[in-house]
Design a protein around this ligand. Structure first.
Ligand code: UD1
Length: 457
């Protein structure tokens, strides 16, 4: 049984489902098929936060949907637990696979750790533990990451899930060290690589067919430098409670981003939490555009709210794809959250990523796109040692300094110019990928779990 609930979970689950399919068609594995059920907790439920990912990743429809929706952490976690317990008792899976560090991860792991199957039930291959208790084995994918910051809800979710999981599948060496230091027996720790990167590598080429660059006005046919008419731009994501829930902190970050956006236009797919805060704090004026989902026209994903004095000449060639849009220019441009392929296309063609997301630190590492993480710490240090990531903190001057130095270091873009250059970073990922980020993590996980199953059944 695979559990997914929030946006970053869907990419991780997709790779494991692919690996199950490979197992089931492989002649070598003809002894048994893996039956799997996908549980969606409903932690994320908007079309753009959930369904769009199922479509893009060609994920099967969830077999079970818990439909929990948004609530406080405790209510959301408790509600998932309440609704997941009867599902486990009905289906009695041998393994429960949870991914990442969201509330759905810890909630379902906790239920699985305390459930007791009725051992006399026919039809299920029950696994007996030392204590004689029958329950599923719990696999945590992306185990061991630690920010050492217990004010982050995700850090609590990671610590608790790792403490009760039977299989801890790790993405980087620091995670192995963290788990050993916490006293997790080394037989439980399996360094397998990164399922989110499996999915990225699989979809990377396809994503280039996305029309998002045209739709957002990022192609300027009047620009013809080094075979590209792509306007250089940065991508921003921001949604951590510590960054957006406090108005002073959020304002400070926005001031920095506004400054950076005077040097390079910044496209900002706005997370629902962040959009709520922008409205609540009255921060709309920082943006040249903001998404207004209720009034969106089908052709245009962004609406202009104020004109920019730096607007370049319009280009006739854009009419069919982005009839309302001029080529994008300096400023912070909010757009709706994007689906997986559109976002991957946007990110992989950008000059700079500014983020507080965990996953994007990893994705930019593989894509070779300069990344600034607007946090004081990262649970993914390999993205700094191997990758392009630097910690930009949350102070205005620090973020600006980091952004400008990243722009110069990687691309030689001179601040405050709109020259277009080819994105050479796209070709460099092999040299920069951390160990085992090779597209095969999902298969390693399934091999380890099937071997365990064969051993115990
Ligand atoms: C959650 C994860 C975070 C992950 C992020 C990715 C936890 C503790 N946090 O944070 O680790 O990086 O997902 O997005 O699990 N909302 C909607 N529609 C949706 C989902 C959310 O409008 O489909 C709004 C609601 O107002 C909700 C708020 O966003 O209250 C926050 O959503 P929630 O799932 O609680 O946490 P995230 O901030 O998304």
């Amino acid at each position: 049984m695979l559990v997914a609930g929030a946006r970053p979970n869907f990419m991780k689950i997709a790779s494991i489902i692919d690996a199950i399919k490979i197992h089931n068609v492989s002649i070598e594995n003809s002894t048994f098929d893996i039956q799997h059920l996908l549980v969606h907790t409903g932690q994320h439920y908007d079309n753009s936060m959930s369904e769009a990912f199922f479509r893009d990743l060609e994920l099967p429809r969830p077999d079970i949907h818990l439909e929990v929706g948004s609530a406080s952490h405790s209510v959301q976690t408790a509600e998932i637990m309440k609704r997941f317990e009867p599902v486990l008792l009905e289906h009695k899976p041998d393994f429960v696979i949870v991914v990442g560090d969201v509330n759905s991860t810890v909630a379902c792991a906790l239920v699985a750790s305390k459930i007791q199957y009725d051992s006399s039930t026919e039809g299920s291959k029950l696994i007996t533990h030392n204590s004689g208790v029958h329950r599923p084995l719990i696999a945590h994918v992306e185990a061991g990451l630690r920010s050492f910051d217990r004010t982050m809800p995700e850090e609590i979710n990671r610590l608790l899930t790792d403490a009760i999981a039977d299989f801890l599948f790790t993405t980087e060496e620091s995670a192995n060290e963290n788990l050993k230091r916490e006293g997790i027996p080394k037989e439980k720790i399996h360094f397998v690589g990164n399922t989110m990167i499996d999915t990225l590598l699989k979809h990377r080429e396809k994503a280039q067919q996305s029309k998002i660059l045209e739709k957002l006005g990022l192609i300027n046919l009047q620009l013809k430098t080094e075979n590209s008419n792509l306007i250089p731009y940065g991508v921003l994501t921001l949604h951590r409670p510590s960054n957006v829930d406090d108005d002073e902190t959020f304002k400070n970050i926005l001031e920095a981003l506004l400054e950076v956006s005077k040097h390079i236009p910044i496209v900002f797919p706005v997370h629902p939490r962040t959009l709520n805060r922008i409205k609540e704090f009255g921060f709309e004026n920082y943006f040249d555009f903001l998404p207004q989902p209720l009034t969106l026209s089908p052709q245009s994903k962004v609406l202009r709210t104020k004109s920019s004095s730096l607007q370049p000449q319009s280009s006739n060639g854009l009419k069919s794809l982005a009839s309302n849009l001029q080529p994008l220019t300096y400023g912070l441009h909010g757009v709706e959250p994007l689906g997986y392929l559109d976002f991957l296309c946007l990110m992989s063609n950008s000059k700079l990523v500014l983020t507080d997301s965990g996953g994007m630190q990893e994705e930019t590492t593989v894509l070779g796109i300069p990344c600034i993480t607007m946090r004081e710490n990262t649970e993914r240090p390999v993205t700094i040692t191997f990758g392009t990531n630097i910690l930009g903190g949350v102070q205005k001057e620090q973020i600006i300094g980091a952004a400008l130095s990243q722009l110069k270091k990687y691309d030689g873009i001179l601040p405050n110019t709109m020259i277009s250059t080819q994105n050479s970073a796209l070709n460099t990922h092999h040299a920069m990928s951390p160990p085992l980020w090779d597209g095969k993590a999902g298969q390693r996980i399934i091999n380890i779990l099937t071997n365990q199953f064969i051993k115990q059944s």
